[in-house]
Design a protein around this ligand. Structure first.
Ligand code: PAF
Length: 283
């Protein structure tokens, strides 16, 4: 039976009891609107841990003033069904007033890494993410927390948070889950029109082509970036936010492709801002 816990104190008490029983807790933080990408994280938690907690909270602190906080898809009843049938132990559903009460003043800043990619185009985003993730860690007290590699920079930011603040939590990154045609799963795919959905395929296709070009010997990051841009911009309604060919850990760019490279991109298509990435290991 899945328990639904809404109170922070109750969540802490549950977690203390489970840990006192010597059990390992796994946490998957989400903003709901669950899809197969989330399920791969949750299933990994169920396999690796004794008890699995999934949190659903659309975190206002990580949305900019002109972003989609109000319209972010909320599908709570369907999410509950999915979580029940997957075998989750606890759904943690905290209230905004409890997480951010009046007078809330403490935020977590991760320096350096957050100046690039999504951090550059969404100022304050990672401050909001790091703050809520640290709060959830403190409340749920998991041994392992599961995050998707689609949000590669977020994963790196959270690894940095855990390392720098000496948290005793293992961060487990899980591979991107894609639709059969290659589109990376995302709650924001719901915003795509039929035509937008077709244009969106250019993201994963361009990443795949870039990988082949590097494997065939192309070494210029500028050429790779330009080729990706061309492939995407030739599709209707696409507006590139960024394309970065960079170091997978600190996101610095160089002229030449390094032995291990992250290609990350963000593209707006209508109301949707989609991200995707690929790690390329040079032979
Ligand atoms: O990746 C997400 O869904 C969110 O950024 C997270 C990690 C749940 C924090 O709100």
């Amino acid at each position: 039976m899945m328990e639904i816990i809404t109170s922070i104190e109750e969540m802490k008490t549950w977690s203390r009891r489970i840990r006192d029983e010597g059990k390992v807790i796994g946490l998957t933080p989400t903003m709901g609107c669950l899809h197969e990408g989330h399920l791969s994280l949750i299933k990994a938690s169920i396999t690796e841990c004794d008890s699995t907690v999934v949190s659903i909270f659309v975190n206002p602190a990580q949305f900019g003033p002109d972003e989609d906080l109000e319209s972010y898809p909320r599908t709570l009843e369907a999410d509950k069904e999915i979580l029940r049938s997957t075998g989750v132990d606890v759904l943690f559903l905290p209230a905004k007033e409890d997480l951010y009460p009046d007078g809330f003043k403490s935020f977590v800043e991760i320096e350096g890494k957050t100046n690039y990619l999504c951090g550059k185009s969404r100022p304050g985003f990672f401050r909001g993410v790091a703050t809520i993730v640290l709060k959830l860690f403190n409340i749920v007290n998991p041994r392992t927390a599961f995050f998707g590699e689609k949000d590669w920079q977020q994963l790196e930011v959270i690894r940095t948070l855990v390392r720098d603040l000496n948290l005793d939590i293992k961060i487990a990154g899980q591979p991107i889950v894609r639709e059969s045609d290659g589109l990376a799963m995302s709650s924001r795919n719901r915003y795509l029109s039929e035509e937008g959905r077709l244009s969106a395929l250019s993201l994963s296709q361009a990443l795949k082509t870039a990988q082949s070009r590097i494997e065939q010997g192309e070494r210029s990051t500028e050429i790779i970036r330009n080729e990706i841009r061309q492939m995407i911009e030739q599709k209707n309604g696409t507006e590139v936010d960024y394309i970065s060919v960079c170091d997978p850990e600190d996101f610095s760019e160089s002229e030449q492709i390094r032995s291990r490279t992250l290609i990350a991109l963000a593209v707006r298509i209508g109301k949707a801002r989609l991200i995707d990435n690929r790690i390329i290991e040079r032979a």
